[in-house]
Ligand binder design. Structure first.
Ligand SMILES: Nc1ncnc2c1ncn2[C@@H]1O[C@H](COP(=O)(O)OP(=O)(O)OP(=O)(O)O)[C@@H](O)[C@H]1O
Ligand SMILES: [Mg+2]
Length: 310
């Protein structure tokens, strides 16, 4: 549904997007992750025909974003990071207007507008001027205008920013329901959101693609952390851990009772485990607990992004 090939975007001398390639299948929800300034919004702006790339190709719903932009724009809904709204319109008038502009047949405009207002929790403010509603409600209007024509492809730049927890949950389940029928790209800084919503995730850093995978694969590939609870002298345990091969770092964790807790990170898991076993036997300590810890998406994100910087 979306194909991006050797995409480059330069702002003057500055290369904001550096040779990015990816595809998104029909019905997929793809998450964009990356630190501030990574280039997420820039890629989205190219895909939504806001501006052309410097070089490379972007195809959305079978049409080239540069050569055939009207056909692309007919098929997408876009929530920009900063939502531009007509503040002097009332919410329902604005949404009806957007539906009509997007080519919704006149007899369907009212039904589609009512549905999207219901889905986005806007019914209470439908007769208010947009200038008088709160920031979170403006964000909801932004999401509603992206959805109103039931587009094939949705591009959502940080869709849940500024929403209250209840609305975040509702908008997330709304986005989740769209999967299958619609193709969605969303950017976010909320990493659990990616695990909840996205079938696949792309991590961008400084304009370059640093990872593409399912969130669970990214996490499991990096599962090399272990929690240990040992009954023994804390200082001695620390000394032994520092001298054990296969362990790249460890941290003391607060645990209840007399025992000592540690989170251990391996660079060679087998060797590290064997080292821990023999240090326990040698010192006659009690190993009370040893369990793998799942590396969070946060850890992986930081690792990938800082590795690039190093
Ligand atoms: N119109 C512009 N002119 C010049 N530079 C720009 C322009 N828009 C973006 N940039 C630069 O391009 C880079 C990528 O910006 P972009 O907005 O795509 O990042 P982002 O990943 O969306 O970041 P954020 O998480 O902060 O929204 C940044 O260094 C930014 O300063
Ligand atoms: Mg952005």
């Amino acid at each position: 549904m979306i194909e991006v090939e050797n995409l480059v975007k330069e702002y003057g001398e500055f290369r904001a997007i550096d040779n990015i390639n990816f595809t998104v299948g029909k019905g997929e929800i793809l998450g964009f992750l990356g630190p501030n300034g990574a280039g997420k919004t820039t890629v989205m702006r190219i895909l939504t025909c806001f501006f052309p790339p410097t070089s490379g190709k972007a195809i959305v719903a079978g049409f080239n974003c540069f050569e055939d932009s009207l056909n692309v724009r007919k098929r997408i809904g876009y929530l920009p990071q900063k939502v531009p709204l007509y503040e002097d319109m009332k919410v329902h008038d604005y949404l009806r207007f957007v539906a009509a502009v997007k080519g919704t047949p006149a007899k369907e405009v009212n039904r589609k507008t009512a549905k999207v207002m219901d889905d986005c929790g806007l019914s209470d403010v439908s007769h208010k001027l947009i200038s008088t509603i709160s920031g979170g409600y403006k964000q909801r209007v932004g999401i509603a205008q992206a959805l109103v024509n039931d587009p094939e492809v949705l591009i959502l730049d940080e869709p849940t920013v500024g929403l209250d927890p209840k609305q975040i949950k509702e908008i997330r389940s709304l986005i989740k329901e769209l999967a299958g029928r619609h193709t969605v790209i969303l950017s976010t800084h909320i990493l659990p959101e990616v695990s909840i919503l996205c079938g696949r995730v792309i991590i961008i850093n400084k304009g370059k693609l640093v990872a593409v995978d399912k969130p669970e694969n990214l996490a499991s590939e990096n599962t090399k952390k272990m929690f240990l609870r040992i009954s023994g002298n804390a200082q001695m345990i620390e000394r032994e851990l520092a001298a054990t091969g296969g362990i790249s770092s460890f941290e003391k964790e607060q645990v209840a009772g007399d025992a000592c807790g540690f989170v251990v990170v391996f660079d060679d898991e087998k060797r590290g485990r064997q080292g821990i076993q023999s240090m326990i036997e040698k010192n006659n300590w009690d190993l009370l607990e040893m369990r793998p810890l799942e590396t969070s998406l946060e850890d992986i994100f930081i690792k990938l992004v800082t590795k690039e910087e190093a």
